[in-house]
Each structure stands twice: as C-alpha cells, then as structure tokens.
Design a protein around this ligand. Sequence first.
Ligand code: 13P
Length: 249
Amino acid sequence: MRTPLIAGNWKMNGSSQLIEEFARALEGFPLPPTVEVALLPPFPYILEMQRALGASGVKIGAQTLNPLRSGAHTGEVSGRMLKELGADYVLVGHSERRRLYRESDEDVYDRMVAALNEGLKPILCVGETLEERDAGDTERVVLRQVGKVMAPLEPEQRPLVTIAYEPVWAIGSGRTPSPEQAQEVMAAIRRYQGDFDAKLASGLRLLYGGSMNARNAQELLAQPDIDGGLIGGASLKVDDFLSICHAAG
Ligand SMILES: O=C(CO)COP(=O)(O)O
C-alpha cells in the first residue's frame, strides 16, 4: 500500500506571510491522516516553515541541492545544510533546473546520490517537452531520464526515491494530459522499474505534476499509478492546496 504524497513546490515564490497563512489554516483544518503532505519553499524560508508548520505534520523540503558537502561554491546550499534545517524532501532534476541551469542527467544523478547520502528523500522529476510528445518520444525520453539516475543507484537506495512525472508543457500552462495519458506514462515508469525489481515497482511512489489544481486533482489522483501530486502554482493558494490534500485523502 503506497501512502499518497502531495508536495507543494513554491519555486521562487512565497513569503513569511504565506507561511503564516498556512499555519493559521492548518490550525482549524487538520490534514487527512492517510496523506503525506510536504511544502518545498525557497531556501531562506525552510527553517521558518519548519517552526511554523512542523507541528501540523507538514514535511518540509527543498527544491535543489549542491552535490558537494561544503566548500568554495558561492551561492550554493548542500544537502547536509538542508538536513540540519530539518528538511525531509528534496527535488532533483526539476525541468526548470534542467532547462534554465543546464543540469544534465549526470548532474541530476550526482544530486540524487548527495541527497541519499545525507538522508534526504529525493523526488526525481522527469518529463517530456511538447516537441518530444508530438514526435511520439514521450516514453523513450521519460524512461531515459529515469534510467540514467535510477539504474546506477545501489539496490537498497532505489526504494527511497519518489518519482514525479511532470510533462514540461503542462507546467504553469493550465494544460494537462488527460488522466489516461498521464496514467499511461506513469504505468510505463512502474513497468520499467519492475524490470529491475518487482517489489521496488509495486512500492514506488509516483507523483503527477503540471497544472494540477483543486478542480482536476481528483480525477488525476484516481488513476491507479498516480500516488500523489507535485503542485506548483496551486501550492501558493492555501485553500486550493489543502483541498488537493483532502482529495488525495
Ligand atoms: O513544476 C511544477 C511543480 O514542480 C508544476 O507547476 P504548476 O503546478 O504551476 O504547473
């Protein structure tokens, strides 16, 4: 039985005021006990969020990490630091990191290993561009991204990874694949993992991300291989985010 996870990726958004709004809302509106909920704010808010929301059961995460532990890397943040701040989760390979900061599959792998070594729970993001989808390349692209990072891991590390399927064209666009189209890709990811290890595949937690909101969450989450969501824009609206959490419960 896989516990659903709803994770909110604030990207470079949010404020102390928004953290307070979440704290107030969660006082009167507890989270469903059957769902794990995480919020991933920008680095400067991690500690504040941990203090304000930790007691509500919300887990805290980060959006990236540097693969090194420390050193002369101006502007960077390591997994060790995130762990010390109380972070549980960390995204690796988000398409915005791949595109805007030129992170390759190898860079994503290095971050994955660093996250695992620090005891953080990595969420590996994968997804195709519109051109790749139109060319009929979706599965090939997504399984390559999964394989390049998952295959070299030690067998005992693989079950610690959550995979988020986020079609690049669905992110921030208001467009989503149909629930059946999302299901098809996510079932392919699970089958592919099953080629390594059947137990790993059945326990693997798969999230859908890309314009998931309070209106479409229910039908996406109803698909058999969708175990939760990675939410961008709607995680900045307290009511919408909490209603997605309840839809998953
Ligand atoms: O990129 C995303 C989450 O990581 C999805 O963002 P949106 O929900 O804003 O489309």
